[in-house]
Design a binder for this molecule. Structure first.
Ligand code: FAD
Ligand code: DLZ
Length: 507
């Protein structure tokens, strides 16, 4: 019996590789525990249940026997489902592909079943655990850029005839930082056509998860591999050419600008990461986008995505406990409503809660930056990120949040914290024009809170940052100011921090 998890729906990989129709039974189960271990966004639950049901139908059409438990069947956990499934079929063993979260792997290793459980490696990724360990061995610093170059060579992506990087550079990051001034039009995304299976799931999720975030009247996701591919094709044709330029931009007009919205499909197996990279490389070779766009996009998937997964599995479970900057301030209540006057944060939170989506710069430099500067409790922030995004699974969410955004791993992933004042947000987009706070003021009424919080953050970690060569300039800048000025800024920031009411409803 093959246990097929809700985020392992690629039918040529994992436990489905070499599966035999008519011989192996497939078990799929919508279960309470997986749907509620955090307050998942309803878009995520709807996506997974709808994708699972479509996958079930496809497998049956291919001649497989599928034992499928719907949420209404009341299975509490995957273990309950496996035990029930084993009573329905005469299986000699259960096979499952390694789950994407340590939590579930640990549980599975403790399952007691009447037949052996075989957990096989997850081959949907481009670097195995051993590949990553080999790369880590003997390195003092685990910088993504060097890992990425190894991956480019290994998969021969964007390489010239001599094996060097196409265009002469490995990384076009400096061409990916244009701010948004609303001077170009943003292409409209294709509408998703829903069938009865998806509509039924949406009604179920609305009914069963009333306390979870997510406005399902705005459901916008594909739920089959074919639909995911259509979304990717649309991106390559219509948004990729501008992706590189505006990768780091923040826009009032759009929650997604020129981003691809494919993370959720990659993470649940509806798209294959290598095929996605090759399709984008081909678009560049055909002259349909420039090298900065293609490289910038491929770096995210071949580089960052594989790298964060490597960090996760090589450091868990200890990684989840890290809190090097001793950030303990309770998560404010408005992380669950978006009710703040900081315009950039308000929009990022609202779209996150309503749609389960925010693009990378919103996650890192708007929400994450605020959490970093305010010293919000690392565990609570990580639980929040795991709950609210449609693409959130701990293997990718945790290193990005704890490591990249909160610097709570002490610099294992990033040599300096991604901390920025309101000036950065102003440069990257057009939110500040709509905001009641001014990015050019640091203290006093109407001052952008990011400004004083930025200096408060530098001030409270001064000893640590003095030791970091990449923070020298900013430390010197702070220490050059006179004592009175610094005291006024720190006091103003304290006022801002004291006004953050803690959340009543933690995930
Ligand atoms: P695009 O901007 O179009 O990028 C293309 C693809 O590259 C993405 O689909 C994704 O698969 C990959 N990618 C880009 N950046 C990263 C990254 N840093 N790590 C891993 N893959 C990346 N991504 C998730 O998939 N799940 C998460 O739970 C998640 N949590 C995050 C939390 C924080 C604090 C931060 C800073 C980033 C997080 N990311 C996460 C990474 C990234 O923000 C999302 O992958 C991206 O925003 C998804 O939107 P997109 O598909 O439009 O991406
Ligand atoms: C995220 C999720 C949800 C919401 N529901 C289910 C489910 O009912 N059944 C299932 O098999 N998987 C689900 N998943 C995905 C799992 O949580 C995921 O496999 C683990 O977190 C490991 O990545």
């Amino acid at each position: 019996m093959i246990l097929l998890l809700g985020d392992q729906l690629g039918l040529h990989h994992g436990a489905m590789k070499n599966a035999r129709a008519g011989v192996d039974s497939i078990l799929m189960a919508e279960v309470r525990e997986e749907a509620s271990y955090v307050r998942h966004n309803r878009h995520k639950i709807a996506l997974i249940f709808a994708a699972m049901r479509h996958c079930r139908d496809e497998l049956r059409a291919q001649g497989f026997t599928v034992i499928y438990y719907r949420y209404e069947d009341g299975k509490g956990s995957l273990l309950d489902a496996v035990q029930a499934g084993l009573q329905d079929c005469n299986a000699e063993a259960v096979r499952c592909c390694e789950p994407g979260e340590f939590r579930l792997l640990k549980e599975m290793r403790q399952w007691t079943l009447p037949v052996p459980l075989e957990i096989i490696p997850d081959d949907r990724f481009l670097a195995s655990h051993d590949d990553f360990s080999d790369w880590m061995r003997g390195r003092k610093q685990l910088r993504m850029e060097y890992f990425y170059r190894v991956m480019r060579r290994r998969y021969a992506i964007l390489l010239d005839a001599d094996g060097g990087p196409e265009g002469g550079k490995w990384n076009y990051d400096t061409s990916n930082r244009k701010g948004w001034r609303a001077s170009e039009s943003i292409p409209a995304r294709p509408e998703v056509v829903m069938d009865d299976v998806t509509r039924e799931v949406i009604e179920l999720v609305k009914r069963e998860f009333p306390e979870h975030p997510g406005d399902l009247d705005r459901f916008y996701l594909g739920v089959t591999a074919a639909q995911a591919q259509e979304h990717l094709d649309w991106f390559v044709d219509s948004a990729l050419p501008d992706f590189g330029k505006y990768q780091d931009a923040l826009a009032e007009e759009s929650p997604w600008l020129f981003h691809s919205l494919v993370s959720m499909y990659l993470n649940i197996g509806l798209l294959d990461p290598l095929a996605v990279c090759r399709q984008v490389e081909q678009a560049w070779r055909d002259g349909r986008c420039d090298i900065a766009a293609a490289e910038g996009f491929i770096r995210q998937i071949l580089g960052w995505r594989e790298y964060v997964r490597g960090i996760y599995w090589s450091t868990m479970p200890e990684y989840a406990q890290r809190n090097e900057l001793a950030a303990e301030r309770p998560l404010p209540d408005w992380f669950w409503s978006g009710a703040t006057d900081m315009r950039c944060l308000q929009l990022a939170l609202e779209q996150t809660l309503e749609l389960g989506y925010a693009h990378h710069i919103q996650r890192l430099m708007v929400i994450g930056n605020f959490a970093l500067l305010a010293g919000l409790n690392v565990e609570q922030v990580c639980a929040w990120y795991l709950a609210v995004y449609v693409d959130a699974f701990e293997w990718v969410e945790l290193p990005n949040t704890l490591g990249m955004a909160l610097h709570a791993d002490g610099g294992l992933m990033a040599s300096k914290p991604y901390a920025a004042s309101g000036k950065y947000i102003q440069r990257q987009g057009n939110h500040c024009k709509q905001c009641r706070y001014s990015p050019s003021k640091t203290t006093g009424s109407g001052a952008c809170p990011y400004n004083s919080l930025y200096w408060h953050f530098i001030d409270r970690h001064l000893e640590r940052f003095r030791e970091n060569p990449r923070m020298n300039l900013v430390v010197a800048n702070w220490e050059r100011r006179d004592h009175t000025e610094r005291t006024v800024i720190v006091k103003w920031a304290d006022r801002e921090l004291n006004s953050l009411a803690p959340t009543k409803a933690l995930a």
